[in-house]
Design a protein around this ligand. Structure first.
Ligand SMILES: [Zn+2]
Length: 197
């Protein structure tokens, strides 16, 4: 009788042990699933952000073309933008908004963790917080045609070729290591290229 009781207790202990191991396995499986889901979701989110960024860049290029049709020259950025206590004057953005670019959101990359307030420490050119007539809005994009480029290529109009770079997304380059350049012909240079997964 006592032996049977011992055996039963041993079996019970074993069952509890199994239960604990099972519990740990379940927790591990859940953690793995959560990890995979998180990665898939953040990957999907970045894909969506990239698509929005490319769409913004295309709209900006289109705006430059409309500006050129009206004024006979592309807008030109100052190579030394003016620093103000609130940020740096974004000359080209001022020329494009609101006549050629209707929404301020077009100037903001959704992958920009600073919300368009990148520190102006990129070599040569700065991403710009636009301040204009008391209005402010964020800008993640750097316009690459500045007065220095114009001096190099000609008076008034830099005579851009179809492959000439117009805009670069400073946020993607700086925070995600993805180079996104919009060219004069509206094509987007993307490096590294999109993977199929
Ligand atoms: Zn971007």
């Amino acid at each position: 009788m006592a032996q049977r009781l011992k055996l039963r207790q041993r079996l019970k202990a074993m069952r509890q042990g199994m239960t604990l191991i099972e519990l740990l396995v379940v927790i591990a499986v859940i953690l793995v699933i959560v990890g995979i889901t998180y990665r898939v979701l953040s990957h999907t989110r970045e894909r969506a952000h990239l698509a929005t960024c490319i769409s913004n860049l295309r709209q900006l290029v289109l705006a430059v073309h409309m500006y050129e049709q009206d004024w006979g020259t592309v807008p030109i950025e100052l190579s030394a933008p003016v620093q103000t206590p609130e940020g740096i004057w974004g000359v080209v953005a001022q020329k494009l908004y609101p006549t050629y670019v209707k929404s301020k959101s077009v100037f903001l990359c959704p992958s920009d963790p600073t919300g368009g307030r990148l520190a102006p420490n990129l070599p040569g050119r700065s991403p710009i917080l636009v301040v204009w007539r008391g209005e402010k809005w964020p800008n993640s994009y750097t316009f690459l045609v500045n007065d220095f480029v114009v001096k190099l290529f000609g008076k008034g109009n830099p005579r851009l070729k179809s492959q000439s770079p117009l805009f670069i997304c400073a946020a993607h380059r700086r925070f995600l290591g993805v180079i996104l350049i919009a060219r004069y012909d509206g094509s987007i240079l993307l490096h590294p290229p999109l993977s199929e997964s």
